[in-house]
Design a protein around this ligand. Structure first.
Ligand code: 2AL
Length: 242
């Protein structure tokens, strides 16, 4: 079974990190292909970045369909393009925010999201509402580290840990959700210090999609997630016709 894990930003080092986390979660007999779109922003930390990441994501879904992928993970915490991807893909498609938040609501009664920049908190809150988890999400905190500094700055784990501790001690969180795919390698370290479950959406989404695909489940073709109506797309979007 082939699971395609799409890093919606174009930074190869992050795709490598995402691929490692996804491989550990997928288990034997599952081939994980972590891919970087040919077009898109280097990192996603604004609504503009998020909008411009979607064509690259949809191209990777189309390529995955041609390769016979059984399911897809969209590995950016804003869950960009998930609905559009579900219209194109045969197998299940899951964003890392949805996977992590739903898992958190199973593992505890109160979760906090710890994200990158303060400006990304609004999108995270919007997704909490979308997934119907407002009563379970007690806070969305930011560590004020840009996405591409997560690996580069040695102080990053300490800053993230400080926000996780505040989420636990001041907000009452009993589960932490990491708000960026670039934090995927920090779960064990943070969890050991905090004494709480810490959820990385990349591994969680990979495990969930693999499980759904193994059960033979796929996105419903009835109603909203039916294939999009055929029409022309012009300019830079030439070639996106279905
Ligand atoms: C992210 C993420 O997961 N990937 C990316 O480029 N930006 N999320 C975030 N909150 O900054």
């Amino acid at each position: 079974m082939l699971i395609r894990v799409i890093n919606p930003n174009t930074t190869q080092a992050m795709t490598k990190l995402i691929g490692e986390s996804a491989c550990l979660a997928a288990g034997p007999g599952v081939q994980v292909e972590a891919v970087t779109p040919a077009m898109g922003p280097a990192s996603i930390e604004s609504h503009y970045d998020e909008a411009l990441s979607v064509p690259g994501i949809l191209s990777e879904i189309a390529a995955g369909e041609a390769a016979g992928a059984a399911g897809y993970v969209i590995a950016c915490f804003g869950d960009p393009g998930v609905d559009a991807a579900r219209e194109l893909a045969t197998g299940p498609v899951l964003g890392i925010a949805e996977a992590a938040m739903r898992a958190a609501s199973i593992l505890g009664r109160a979760f906090s999201v710890v994200t990158t920049l303060d400006r990304t908190r609004g999108r995270a809150r919007e997704l909490v509402d979308r997934y119907g988890l407002r009563s379970t999400c007690v806070s969305v905190r930011a560590c004020e580290i840009p996405v591409l500094d997560l690996e580069a700055k040695p102080c990053a784990p300490d800053r993230i840990l400080a926000e996780c501790r505040a989420a636990r001690d001041d907000d009452g969180a009993d589960v932490i959700v990491l708000g960026c795919a670039g934090m995927a390698n920090l779960c064990t370290l943070l969890s050991a210090d905090l004494g709480l479950p810490v959820i990385d959406g990349v591994s969680t989404a990979t495990a969930m999609v693999t499980g759904l695909a193994a059960l033979g489940l796929h996105t419903s073709r009835r109603g909203e997630y039916a294939p999009p109506p055929v029409k022309a797309y012009t300019g830079l979007l030439c070639g996106f016709e279905q």
